[in-house]
Design a protein around this ligand. Structure first.
Ligand SMILES: C[S@@+](CC[C@H](N)C(=O)[O-])C[C@H]1O[C@@H](n2cnc3c(N)ncnc32)[C@H](O)[C@@H]1O
Length: 429
C-alpha cells in the first residue's frame, strides 16, 4: 500500500497536511481526485472519503494540468493502483453533478472541491453539495490562487466572502458551511422592456458570462385599472412612456427562459397598493425585491442596462445596502446590492408603509433613499454609470454597468446619447 506522499498529485505536502487536520476522524467528500493523492491523504486519517472524478483529465504537463477532459479514461487505472489498500475510499466515476442526488443530506463533515475550476463548475459543485454537509461542516477549495483560472476565487468570494476564509495554505483555503450565502439577481420586467432585457442578457453573455450561472428573479405584474389615483390620462401617459400595461406575456416568458435559463418569474399579479395609494407603476415594484427572503444577497438591476465589464465584483461586496449616489436625494436605485439584513418580510412591509410622496418617474426611489438613509454604502460609479454622463469622448474603459441605454428609435435615444453609445445598442442586438 502506498503512503499518500508517494502518490503523484497536484496538491503540495503542506496543503495535504492542512487537509488532514480538517478530515481527521471525519466523513468526507472529494470532487476531483485525479491520481488519488488527496483522497489517500485524507483517507489516512478520515473515517471515509467519497472520491468523485470523471478520471478523464489530461495527464500531460499542460498549463491547466488536470482540467482538460478527454473522451476516454486517463487516470482511472493509476488511481485504482494508488489507492489499493485504502478501504475507506469509495470512488464514484463520472461528472460530479450526477452523484449529488445519490448522497444523503446533512451527513458529511468535509467537502473538498478540486474538480473543474471554471466558475460555472465550482459554483455548481458548491450549490449541489453544500446540503450534504452537517451544519458545522467545512468546504475546502484547491487553487484559490488561480493557476490560470479564476473560477475558484470568484466562487469563494461571491458565495462566502473573502472575510469568511478561515485559513489559506499556499493555494488551499477553507470556509464554514454556515457562511454560505445564497446569491441571486432581480429585475423588473414588462412586455415593453423585453427588448432592453435582451440586450442586457447579450451583454452579460459577452462580458460577464459567470452571471449566467446565478438565479435571476424577474419581477412582473399587471396594471391595476381600479386604483383611484390612476386617472385615465395618467394611465395613458404611463403606457405611452413605459410601454407596459399587461405584465409579461407567456410568449415573452418563454423567450426569456430560452435566453436566461436560470430566470424565475415572480408575478405579483394585479398590484394592490390601495393602502398607501401607490400607482401600480412598475417603478414601484423594486420594493418587491426586499421580499425575496430566499436569498442572502441580491443584486437588483434595472433592465435598461448594458453589462460592459466584470460585474462579479459587485457580487463580492457584502453590504447591507450598496447603491451609487451623491447624498441628499441624489442616489440611483437602478442598481443596488442588498444583504440578508434587509431581505425579509419585515423590511418589505415597513417600506410599503412609508409615504410614497408625489408620484414621479423615479417611482419608489425616494422611499428607498429615506428608508436606507443610514445604511447605504456608496458603490463605485462604474457599477451604475449613467448614459447621460457620456460625452463625445470614447467610453470610459472601466464602465461595468451602463444605465439608461435608450433604444435608438426613441426620443431619448436620438436626443440624449452620443453616436458611439447608440452604436452599443446595435452591438448587443
Ligand atoms: C486538479 S485535478 C485534482 C487533483 C487531485 N485532487 C490531486 O490530489 O492531485 C482536477 C480533477 O477534477 C476532475 N474533474 C473535472 N471536471 C469534473 C467533473 N465535472 N466532475 C468530476 N470530476 C471532474 C478532473 O478529471 C481531474 O482529475
Amino acid at each position: 500500500m502506498l503512503s499518500w506522499r508517494e502518490v503523484p498529485g497536484l496538491v503540495s505536502d503542506d496543503e495535504c497536511e492542512t487537509l488532514q487536520q480538517l478530515s481527521k476522524g471525519k466523513k468526507c467528500i472529494e470532487i476531483g481526485s485525479w491520481k488519488g493523492r488527496t483522497a489517500a491523504c485524507m483517507a489516512t486519517v478520515a473515517e471515509d472519503v467519497i472520491a468523485i472524478d470523471t478520471f478523464k483529465a489530461s495527464t500531460e504537463p499542460l498549463p491547466l494540468l488536470g482540467q482538460h477532459q478527454e473522451s476516454f479514461f486517463t487516470t482511472l487505472e493509476e488511481f485504482s493502483e494508488n489507492i489499493k489498500g485504502y478501504k475507506n475510499i469509495n470512488p464514484c466515476v463520472g461528472e460530479s453533478k450526477y452523484f449529488a442526488d445519490l448522497l444523503p443530506d446533512g451527513e458529511f463533515d468535509l467537502l473538498f472541491i478540486d474538480g473543474m475550476h471554471t466558475f460555472p463548475n465550482v459554483y455548481e459543485d458548491v450549490t449541489l453539495y453544500i446540503s450534504k454537509l452537517k451544519d458545522d461542516g467545512i468546504i475546502a477549495f484547491h487553487d484559490y490562487f488561480g493557476n490560470g483560472l479564476d473560477g475558484v476565487t470568484k466562487t469563494v468570494d461571491i458565495l462566502f466572502g473573502k472575510e469568511c476564509i478561515q485559513q489559506i495554505t499556499r493555494s488551499l483555503c477553507w470556509v464554514y458551511k454556515r457562511d454560505f450565502k445564497k446569491v441571486g439577481l432581480a429585475t423588473i420586467l414588462t412586455d415593453g422592456y423585453v427588448s432592453y432585457f435582451t440586450h442586457f442578457v447579450n451583454s452579460i453573455k459577452r462580458n460577464c458570462p459567470e452571471i449566467m450561472s446565478l438565479p435571476m428573479k424577474i419581477i412582473t405584474g399587471r396594471f391595476n385599472e381600479d386604483l383611484p389615483l390612476c386617472s385615465e390620462e395618467e394611465k395613458r401617459n404611463y403606457i405611452r412612456q413605459n410601454g407596459f400595461s399587461s405584465g409579461l406575456s407567456e410568449a415573452n416568458k418563454s423567450k426569456i427562459k430560452r435566453m436566461f435559463p436560470n430566470a424565475e418569474f415572480k408575478d405579483i399579479g394585479l398590484v394592490e397598493r390601495k393602502a398607501n395609494g401607490l400607482i401600480p407603476n412598475p417603478h414601484y415594484w423594486q420594493i418587491e425585491s426586499f421580499n425575496l427572503s430566499e436569498y442572502d444577497k441580491l443584486i437588483y438591476v434595472d433592465s435598461d442596462i448594458l453589462c460592459l465589464g466584470d460585474m462579479t465584483e459587485l457580487l463580492s461586496f457584502n453590504y447591507d445596502m450598496g447603491v451609487w449616489g451623491n447624498g441628499g436625494y441624489d442616489y440611483n436605485y437602478g442598481v443596488f446590492t442588498v444583504g440578508k439584513k434587509f431581505l425579509n418580510r419585515e423590511t418589505y412591509e415597513s417600506i410599503l408603509k412609508l409615504d410614497p410622496k408625489e408620484q414621479n418617474h423615479h417611482g419608489c426611489q425616494d422611499m428607498l433613499i429615506d428608508y436606507f438613509r443610514d445604511h447605504m454604502t456608496i458603490l463605485p460609479k462604474k457599477f451604475n454609470y449613467m448614459s447621460t454622463w457620456l460625452t463625445m469622448n470614447p467610453l470610459p474603459e472601466d464602465i461595468v454597468l451602463l444605465h439608461y441605454i435608450y433604444k435608438p428609435d426613441t426620443q431619448f435615444g436620438r436626443e440624449r446619447l452620443p453616436h458611439h453609445a447608440i452604436k452599443l445598442w446595435e452591438e448587443y442586438e
